[in-house]
Design a protein around this ligand. Structure first.
Ligand SMILES: Nc1ncnc2c1ncn2[C@@H]1O[C@H](COP(=O)(O)OP(=O)(O)O)[C@@H](O)[C@H]1O
Ligand SMILES: O=P(O)(O)OC[C@H]1O[C@](O)(COP(=O)(O)O)[C@@H](O)[C@@H]1O
Length: 312
């Protein structure tokens, strides 16, 4: 069982518009409402592919009820911790060329007592989990020290921890000794304080995160694919998408696919890239099912040319 933790989940509203024009009334060609938040998406993707998962989510207010209803309708196994604040609602505006503009709310404040309750739920459930996957932004409230403490307690208790977050939360996961971190290009640049221009820059940044405590680094690079740096070495992979529809949740699908295939080696990276590419071809933050997966276009190679420039 893979336990996902989304401290700041959301109800995701995706609107497809012909073009994004500031100051105009835009008519949506299509719209979707999905349960959202990075860990929630990992659980949804795993469930859609027959991998057991439980999602821990703090929920509150009308949106919190809606999120629980949406997740129950999909059949996601939930550990919902009630909170006083209102669960956020995130907006995506998707244009026909695949460009997405996202507006994410900060989310409700999680009080110290509420964070302690969520932490307890996570620590209790972690005992039966193959992986504990903490994903997404931290809501307002919990200090970075409290978050770091949760990561350390999980690692100390023997859990295999994966962290997909940004800024201080990503670094806290690294310092706690997470077995895996999954930064995207911007998160990686922020973590090491340098914008990567080539695959070599990405590999060097991943090595720095490993030296700081992470076991493995899966760096997702949008249309440039992904790089895996772990104790076995360096792998690079790409999965071209002919008609990108929405990149929302692509990183979550990549992580879910990678974990589902054992989180190690070319087979796991291939699986992750197939899931990521499939998510990009689907609207909103819809997660791929086995019927959406095409592994034939995925290319994974060891020790890629470090001088290869990044495009996306
Ligand atoms: N435009 C794209 N074309 C092809 N694949 C993509 C594209 N955008 C994302 N992907 C796939 O989805 C994965 C995750 O996307 P990325 O944008 O890096 O992550 P995140 O969603 O976390 O920001 C990538 O590693 C890649 O496999
Ligand atoms: O916690 P954050 O960083 O605000 O992100 C939350 C958003 O990320 C998502 O999980 C999508 O993730 P990505 O597009 O970054 O892969 C949405 O479902 C959600 O609205």
């Amino acid at each position: 069982m893979i336990l996902t933790v989304t401290l700041n989940p959301s109800v995701d509203r995706a609107l497809e518009v012909d073009a994004l024009i500031r100051g105009e009334v835009l008519r949506a060609a299509d719209s979707h409402i999905d349960p959202g938040g990075k860990g929630v998406n990992v659980s949804r993707a795993l469930l859609a592919n027959g991998v057991r998962s439980t999602a821990v989510v703090p929920t509150g207010g009308a949106e919190g009820e809606q999120l629980v209803d949406l997740l129950n309708a999909e059949g996601v196994d939930l550990l919902s911790v009630p909170i006083a604040g209102r669960t956020r609602s995130n907006i995506t505006l998707a244009e026909p060329d695949g460009t997405v503009t996202k507006i994410n709310e900060a989310g409700p404040v999680l009080s110290d007592a509420e964070f302690a309750q969520v932490s307890k739920a996570v620590l209790d459930a972690a005992a039966n989990a193959d992986w504990v996957v903490i994903c997404g932004s931290l809501p307002p409230g919990p200090s970075i020290d409290a978050f770091a403490d949760l990561c350390s307690r999980l690692v100390g208790a023997g859990s295999r921890l994966a962290v997909d977050s940004s800024g201080p939360a990503l670094l806290a996961g690294v310092a706690a000794g997470a077995a895996l971190v999954k930064p995207n290009r911007e998160e990686l640049a922020e973590a090491v304080g340098a914008e990567p221009a080539t695959l070599g820059d990405v590999i060097e940044a991943c090595r720095r995160l490993r030296a700081a405590g992470a076991g493995a680094v899966l760096a997702s690079l949008g249309a440039d694919g992904a790089i895996l740096v772990d104790a076995d070495g360096v792998l690079a992979g790409v999965s071209p998408v002919s008609v990108p529809r929405s990149t929302v949740g692509a990183g979550d699908a990549l992580l879910a696919g990678f974990l589902s295939a054992g989180a190690r080696g070319a087979a796991a990276l291939t699986e992750g890239l197939a899931w990521g590419a499939a998510a990009v071809s689907l609207p909103g933050s819809r997660m791929p099912t086995p019927a959406d997966l095409d592994r034939t276009h995925v290319r994974v190679t060891p020790d890629p040319d470090p001088s290869r420039p990044l495009h996306s």
